[in-house]
Design a protein. Sequence first.
Length: 702
Amino acid sequence: MIFCIADSFQTALRRLSAQEQKMVKETVFDLQMNPAAPGLQFHRIDKSKDPNFWSMRVNRDIRLIVHKTEGSFLICYVAHHDDAYTWAERRRIETHPTTGAAQIVEVRERVHEIVVHKPVEVEQPATPIRVVLPPLFPGITDEELLTYGVPVDWLADVKAATEDTIFDLAEHLPREAAEALLDLATGAKPQIPAVTAPETVSPFEHPDAQRRFRVMEDVEELKRALDFPWDQWTVFLHPSQLQVVEQSFSGPARVSGSAGTGKTVVALHRAANILRQHPQARLLLTTFSLPLANALEGKLRILTGENNGIVPRVTVLPFRGVAHELFTLAFGHHPRAATEDQIRGALRTAAGEASLTSFTPRFMASEWLNVVDAWQLDSLQAYQDVPRLGRKNRLGVKQRDKLWPVFVRARQLIEAQGLLTWPSIFGKVTAHFAGRSDKPFTHAVIDEAQDLGVPELRMLAAIAPGGPDTLFFAGDLGQRIFQEPFSWKALGVDIRGRSRTLKVNYRTSHQIRQAADRLLPKIVQDVDGNEQDRRGTVSVFNGPDPEIQIFADAAHEIQGVADWIKQSVADGIVPAEIGLFVRSNGQLARARAAVKAAGYTQLELSERLQPQGRIAIGTMHLAKGLEYKAVAVMACDDDVLPLQERIETVADESELDEVHDTERNLFYVACTRARDRLLVSGVQPASEFFADFSAPQDRNRG
Ligand SMILES: Nc1ncnc2c1ncn2[C@@H]1O[C@H](COP(=O)(O)OP(=O)(O)OP(=O)(O)O)[C@@H](O)[C@H]1O
């Protein structure tokens, strides 16, 4: 007898009050212990088309809907009495005749009308004109639709679907069918999950069924599913996610995908799987910043539970935290890291001593940061030979001859103060562990991998052994905001052939994702030729179109954003679910003023803290990895985004491209933090990126 919970049950559970949830949990635990226990009261749902639906009493008002057959027991739904009955009367659980996956199917004749989502109409024409839209899928056959998992009852509706009805229709269909239709609507070819030996796979084991039914193996697993109904990602994975989680790779591997496709979720499940399968594993889970590392740690605890010996075998730290800890372990004292100001000061002094005036301080700093220090160059020859991939600017042999002594001197000045730069801290850890067979970790799982620099990647390759499944990266090339591109392969981390892309966006509505995707090229390639294709990405839910507002001046914008905050709260969004982002510290005052004008107080994000509980404000860099129900990306004026200061100081054309790319990526990161509601605003003349955001374009800048 299999005992499963359905995603529809978890979603319904979180709508109940805490007290009601508690009672539901007790009932479900009793059921799992013994579904045939005498005290449990079941009533068949007579009006349901499916004779196996039963209701079960939780208290006077709350009913659990279960689906019982000889071999299975499914907890499907929970709600107040009438709502629970209506849900069950309108559904059937069946095995799809073509795909073989178990599905919860809405009974077509009971869905009296499919409400068509209408965008807000600004102006009503005097005589309304009814535009009859053509069907979206002319010529598609029933056979093809069935291969995507469209239930037989719904074939006719799908064939009649138009651009206006498709989103609402999709909400009535099983997810695999909905995603396939949205793919088809955007011209992409739906991917059908590969099932090995389909005849031996039970309907509940089918990858498409596992996204909505999960067998609960033990009480611990059930407890976690009931304790964290908001965290459906812990229980139900998309087939493409599940595949990457379970696949064995012969070397370093990477999962990519646009923002919100569940890369972090995959990284967490993979980490948990490794720890379960290898009782001796010592795993490093690492990411860009401390708040993100803290968030990963919290999520890993939810996923694995506290008491099974897994947590002590994991180290969760930001990239620099790993280097700091391993440096201390290797050398017996803490490293002292030089600040940016100290480094710039050393470069200035060294250039002054050498009377070198032909390079701007900004150029020298960038050359130091991205080339000399990043690659830990230790000789003029190494400087002459280093690949200058990120910096397409040519720097002649003579210029390097002149610059090199300045860099050598700058390093001496830094070290004379007992300081090390971060790349040298990474470098020393790398050198210490590179040749050893005993590594501090057996496996490393790395999130936000698009922002790994040369020193970080080298260290990661040195602190875990090579071989199958030891290094796993998650990242989105379109969200690279800190590092210049470089070849991973040249550093011995070759992921070619082991790169997978996720396509289903769980975070962001169709409307916001579509607009944000227009900011980026559809296909991006890294230096080693690994491609990330954003085409064919679909979202799992619908929402209002993002708003663009351009104001005459900052005062009007502040008032406009304040009104937007008030409206969001009036619409039921709690302040803690609202985030405001600006390009840099210089515009934070505008965000603060907007929150104040709306009558709230804000919490400010920082590099060490992601406080929660009130409206959050921060720079776009700090938006990385976060999500809110409603987001305003404000103060996007023409000279702010892309940031004029950066543009003015570029050394050449290629650096200008790099600035434009990373500024665009930043805007993309900020916009994709929004789940349901997004406002982007600025003062006239507004950011040039607004044009791409609002106008559909078939652009491929790859
Ligand atoms: N299988 C799933 N079921 C339910 N929710 C999911 C699933 N996978 C991901 N999510 C949710 O989607 C959101 C985005 O997931 P996640 O943060 O892993 O995406 P990401 O690709 O790492 O995003 P980003 O690139 O913006 O950091 C989260 O709220 C996560 O809980």
